[in-house]
Ligand binder design. Structure first.
Ligand SMILES: [Zn+2]
Ligand SMILES: [Zn+2]
Length: 215
């Protein structure tokens, strides 16, 4: 019980710190762009490329958590694998989670990434990493809204209706059968890449375990 309270405290602190660091990163990026048009284009390109990368990362993390290891796997099992597996059995349970429960673990990773970027390369590294962190931070929230669009904000519903973000319709394909496709959960657009990588790795691992049994 006490460890749960401590984890909740760490998650809450990470959400607050992660939001502050991401906002600071964005401000540094805008300050760097100043009033030079070519730098504005670079910022736009970074924001778009970060969105694509976040979508791909969401698909790879989700796919590997779905099909490799189990909830008892040391370190990653309880925090990252268990929630994805539980989500297949009880897809609507995540819609009862509050903001901290939904996003806390992601913000812990974001804080670590931004602090590391600042430590290694200073505020500019942090600035260029901020858009990726913002998209990654939004991923679990978007996934939750895709499961409960009725209670999501109007802006999500508008974006989802125009397929500009992960929609309930697109995500429903993942919850069919063996949960072996449509892994991306930010925009859902790069699943065709993530699905191939995850299923290729899964086939390889199945084949090598079959070979191991035959030896
Ligand atoms: Zn899944
Ligand atoms: Zn889902």
């Amino acid at each position: 019980m006490k460890s749960l309270r401590i984890h909740r405290l760490i998650e809450s602190g990470s959400c607050a710190l992660g939001l502050l660091l991401t906002a600071f990163g964005f401000l540094s990026l805008l300050r760097w762009a100043g009033s030079e048009p070519h730098r504005h284009l670079i910022v736009l390109a970074v924001v778009i490329a970060s969105a694509a990368l976040a979508d791909l990362i969401s698909g790879l993390v989700h796919g590997f958590a779905d099909h490799f290891g189990d909830p008892q796997t040391p370190w990653l099992g309880p925090a990252f694998i268990a929630p994805f597996r539980e989500h297949h059995d009880l897809p609507m349970k995540m819609t009862e989670h509050d903001f901290i429960e939904t996003n806390g673990n992601t913000f812990i990773l974001i804080c670590l990434a931004l602090v590391l970027a600042y430590g290694l390369g200073g505020s500019m590294w942090m600035a260029f990493l901020a858009p990726l962190c913002a998209w990654v931070a939004a991923t679990n929230q978007i996934h939750k809204w895709a499961h409960d669009p009725e209670r999501a904000p109007a802006v999500y519903r508008w974006l989802a209706r125009h397929e500009l973000i992960l929609s309930a319709k697109r995500h429903a394909f993942h919850h069919r059968g063996e949960h072996a496709s449509h892994f991306c959960i930010t925009f859902g657009r790069l699943s065709f890449i993530a699905d191939r990588i995850v299923n290729w790795a899964r086939d390889r691992s199945l084949r090598s375990s079959q070979m191991g049994r035959l030896k």
